[in-house]
Write a protein that binds this ligand. Structure first.
Ligand SMILES: Nc1nc2c(c(=O)[nH]1)N[C@H]1C(S)=C(S)[C@@H](COP(=O)(O)O)O[C@H]1N2
Ligand SMILES: [Mo]
Length: 361
């Protein structure tokens, strides 16, 4: 893979970390390693630092695991209706959700630990081993607001969401812009069902989603030291935080646009964006904003994280398309987490029957 990621040694001296920070290196080692894309050191297993230990599957699953109240599966109602009643019970789904039969991977499911081992969550590190640096991130209790161009702006407590929403499980393909892909079952509900609760007004043309404020807040959540000035990770620090993403209102109301609170029948692992994230499988993965604290209905197209940082590389729409290469690599093929199996990339990630209509001129 011709994938090049900028690292702190590519940053001009003027943006480098002050020496005083390095002096406190022992204290800041986890942040330091996280910034180097070596988040695995955060597990506290010193062998990881030397690079000779590969975390076991159990360590990976344990590291990001979130325990939620026993009442998780006890919803007040089953509003999905009669068709829902005919769907099969999803295997071991803690939310008591059924699997939506209208979605199939068309490929083998990615193993849970392989998906959990290799994640993008830049608030925690620029590497993939985020499972190892999220241990002190507390995604519960959690509130998020849905606001902007709507009749009934509201703040939702995640525990209320667990009780009020019509949970289902969806087997979706996921395609990262970096060419890796996975097939995972999400538990959640269509984004449209959440937006309906706030009664969007006619002025609502876009939907902006936002993650908690970072990077200092991520450091705090991870129990790491924070700095007022540039910190260990000059590159991460120079990103346009907080992480934001956006959809048109038509995209957001499309049935495929999904809000996930679970994965593999479990509450979302921390590194997957606990406790609540977006999943838009026809778009490159970066659109699927994690750990949401705010959803805003807007009149204008909102500024978004990657599009602001590198507009020529990351478009606002970002639909999966094999014929449009990334400026630094081809998008013709993708490889699966865990197996490295290669597949040709599909237009709209294979979801054209659901979304192509949105883009007809
Ligand atoms: N807040 C936030 N959301 C994010 C990201 C991130 O770094 N921060 N990375 C995105 C990218 S690039 C991808 S591919 C998906 C990855 O989801 P996963 O790590 O759960 O597989 O999350 C997206 N959502
Ligand atoms: Mo991605």
């Amino acid at each position: 893979m011709h994938y090049h990621q900028r690292r702190i040694w590519h940053v001009p001296d003027s943006r480098h970390t002050p020496e005083a920070v390095y002096a406190a290196r022992k204290l800041h080692r986890r942040r330091f390693l996280a910034a180097m894309g070596m988040g695995a050191a955060g597990l506290g297993l010193s062998s990881l630092v030397s690079g000779c230990h590969r975390a076991t599957d159990t360590e990976v699953l344990e590291a990001g695991k979130v325990d939620l109240p026993e009442t998780l599966g006890e919803r007040a109602d089953d509003p999905a209706g009669s068709e829902y009643d005919r769907w099969e019970e999803a295997k071991d789904n803690k939310f008591g959700a059924r699997r939506n039969p209208h979605f199939e991977y068309g490929r083998p499911e990615t193993k849970q630990e392989e998906a959990a081992r290799y994640t993008n969550f830049y608030e925690f590190s620029g590497g993939k081993a985020n499972f190892a640096v999220v241990d002190d991130f507390e995604p519960h209790p959690w509130k998020f607001e849905v606001t902007g161009e709507c009749g009934k702006p509201q703040t939702f407590d995640i525990d209320d969401i667990y009780k009020m929403m019509p949970f289902e499980e969806r087997a979706y393909r996921h395609r990262c812009v970096e060419t890796w892909a996975m097939c995972v079952p999400w538990t959640g509900f269509p984004l449209s069902k959440l937006l309906e609760k706030v009664e969007p007004s006619s002025g609502a043309k876009f939907v902006a989603l936002q993650t908690f404020d970072v990077p200092n807040e991520a450091d705090e959540k991870a129990g790491l030291p924070t700095f007022d000035g540039p910190n260990m990770s000059s590159v991460l620090f120079s990103y346009p935080w907080p992480y934001t993403e956006g959809l048109t209102i038509e995209e957001a109301m499309n049935d495929l646009a999904f809000i996930a609170t679970g994965i593999y029948g479990q509450p979302l692992a921390k590194q997957h964006g606990a406790p609540i994230r977006l999943v838009v499988p026809w778009k490159y993965g970066f659109k699927s904003c994690k750990s949401i604290v705010r959803i805003t209905l807007t009149k204008e197209q909102p500024a978004t994280f990657w599009n602001t940082y590198m507009p020529h590389e990351y478009g606002f729409t970002a639909n999966v398309d094999p014929e449009v290469p990334h400026p630094r690599w081809s998008q013709e093929t993708e490889w699966m987490l865990g197996t490295m199996e290669k597949h040709p990339t599909q237009k709209y990630n294979g979801y054209g029957e659901h979304v192509a209509e949105l883009y007809r001129a």
